[in-house]
Design a binder for this molecule. Structure first.
Ligand code: XMP
Length: 319
């Protein structure tokens, strides 16, 4: 009969078998998936693993610090903190098509991983926290029917010239199973409970062209929204919650003056595996308090909307 402890031992055996005495670099995103993958692989092969946390300039407020602290201080797993925000934001300048954003980001991740694979003395393997729903939502990459919903950059189809073999120990798991495995591995509950965060980060929460100005505004608004959710004790009831900054300025009034600032959308959904989702039924009091705080505390936003679309027909992210 099947247990998570059994799964863990089997996964460790398979990682050792695949990797032998080779070196592995693991792309850490700060999310649960890549963290669980990293800790699992570390148990399997110890010092053959180096984690690389790529700051692409599209992270949430405080994210880089949280991840670096957890891995360096709590786990003692070697971690390279690669600040590549100039590279990514430069390449994304003027790009507004969602799939071009994903492909650009995916390509740069590969360049950066290759650089670090060389830097650790020739890693042959790249580890990722790809889950089963990522695999089936990107079917066209795996040679299935040509229906791509979103080209999740962390799935299959990596260019052969990359020259790194993939290690994806979570490929058969759903999110709730990854969390159970994370508990089995002793990850802190605070980390296991984290909402998923997509590899392309804030790029896909900033529909249209990405600018540093919009990213700064988005980070602040997002931090207020998450703070509200935590204060009201709702974080663990929600699968994912975030703000998207809309590519439109609207007119408002503040004090005696007219404002002309960005509108934003709040998104919060419940889900079991991210494949389907329902919007979260906040109370009107919660929504109006949140709107008041965002407009009052975040320069650059003067209008707040709440996205009440389910998936399907919507997707969770805006792009
Ligand atoms: P959607 O927007 O497709 O999202 O309903 C489903 C889940 O997948 C995450 N997501 C991504 N994760 N790369 C990722 O690593 C991506 O390109 C990507 N697009 C969406 C999303 O945050 C949600 O959890």
């Amino acid at each position: 009969d099947w247990t998570m402890a059994g799964y863990r031992d089997e996964a460790i055996r398979r990682i050792r078998e695949q990797v032998g005495d080779g070196k592995v670099i693991c792309g850490l995103s700060g999310g649960v998936d890549s963290s669980v993958a990293a800790v699992l692989i570390h148990e399997a092969i110890g010092a053959q693993l180096t984690c690389v946390f790529v700051d692409h300039g599209l992270l949430r407020q405080g994210e880089a610090d949280e991840v670096v602290t957890m891995f360096r201080d709590h786990y003692n797993i070697p971690l390279v903190h690669a600040d590549e925000s100039e590279l990514f934001l430069g390449a994304l300048d003027g790009v507004s098509d969602p799939e071009v954003k994903r492909k650009t980001i995916g390509r740069l991740f590969i360049d950066v991983f290759q650089k670090h694979a060389a830097a650790v003395g020739g890693a042959e393997f790249l580890a990722q926290g790809t889950l089963y729903p990522d695999v089936i939502e990107s079917v066209s990459f795996t040679g299935g029917p040509s229906v791509t919903i979103k080209s999740h950059h962390n799935v299959g189809g990596l260019p052969e010239k990359m020259g790194l073999k993939l290690v994806e120990p979570l490929r058969e798991l759903f999110k709730d199973e990854v969390r159970a495995l994370g508990r089995e591995l002793g990850l802190p509950e605070r980390f296991i409970g984290r909402h998923p965060f997509p590899g392309p980060g804030l790029a896909i929460r900033c529909p249209g062209e990405i600018t540093r100005e919009k990213l700064d505004i988005l980070r602040k608004a997002d931090a207020v929204f998450i703070d509200q959710i935590r204060r009201h004790g709702l974080y663990d009831e929600i699968w994912q919650a975030f703000v998207a900054i809309l590519p439109v300025r609207t007119v408002g009034v503040m004090g005696d003056g007219r404002t002309y600032d960005f509108a934003c959308a709040l998104r919060a959904v419940t889900s079991v595996d991210g494949m389907t989702a329902d919007y979260y039924p906040f109370t009107h009091e919660f929504l109006s308090e949140t709107a008041t705080r965002i407009v009052g505390e975040v320069d650059g936003i003067n209008r707040v909307t709440y996205d009440i679309t389910s998936k399907p027909p919507g997707t969770i992210e805006w792009e």
